[in-house]
Write a protein that binds this ligand. Sequence first.
Ligand code: SF4
Length: 347
Amino acid sequence: MEENLTKLPDVLLPWFDEAKRDLPWRQDREPYHIWLSEIMLQQTRVEAVKGYYARFLAELPTVQALARCDDDKLHKLWEGLGYYSRVRNLKKAAQVIVNEHSGIFPKEYDQILALPGIGDYTAGAICSIAFDQKKAAVDGNVLRVYARLMDDATPIDQPAFKAQVRSQLEEIYPDRAGDFTQALMELGATLCGPNWAPKCDSCPCHSFCKAFAAKTAENLPVKTPKKQKRQEDRTVFILECDGCFALTKRPDTGLLASLWQFPDTPGKLELPAALQMAESWGLQIKDVRRQLEKKHIFTHSVWNLRGFFMEVKIKCDKFIWFSADKIDANAALPTAYRQFWEALKHD
Ligand code: SF4
């Protein structure tokens, strides 16, 4: 064990006691709350999560309420957070907890890891924060802090590196395991961050941080270059008839499964082709109000979107027609489509 790493708990815990941010999910150690916050915080900023977290718990205060929540309501509570498989897995895991654990959140690491949607990071976070078990939660923040503390230029996305970080950290975990996990996360979020120069002068670890000593912190961590994302063009139709808008439900599996969307078609159509497409759906176009270009970035692909706002004479049966209020209240529209809806509302 490297000597500088063994100093971490004694230095980080007092710093965390002083510097920790007051966050809604730090008010208690309820495993449901820790779990929900960790899932929401994946890929999403803390400030954005706060409102979602409060609304979700106000609607679904217990694992039992989550287990029996209908999918449309669940998607609506998640609308705008993206990566909807996260919320579907939350519900599936809640059902497992109700059916196989008598509604009580399991405490064993392996039982938690076996729940749908829970990987080693989330299992480690729940075990340590909710139950003070000496289990590390190694995410991008922690990998970055470790790479800098050790001045280690191994690409942090290599699974072997992650396993090494986890096992080394677990050797130094103190009794205040939950606070130590959060202190590491806090350091990575507030001082040793990803997209700005690390604030080493304010860091409690700078006396033993190897990257600080070597002046290499800003070059770390190293990552394997990413593959280029697949580019896809799509044309989106925002069709209005008598104050109602055409929606269609996405298939039960695949990208954005079971969410609502505006009708669309592959490719970027020019206006004449878009009109032809709308007519092929049995629609008569009264007016074309606007054309708008948007983009949406997924994990593995980029959608380049062209939207047409069209007023139609008569509703057709091919789509479900929602009032604007009903779209806002009941229909979870993924961000790729919702950005057109927001643009229309702010016209
Ligand atoms: Fe990160 Fe700087 Fe602290 Fe090292 S001294 S852990 S590089 S903030």
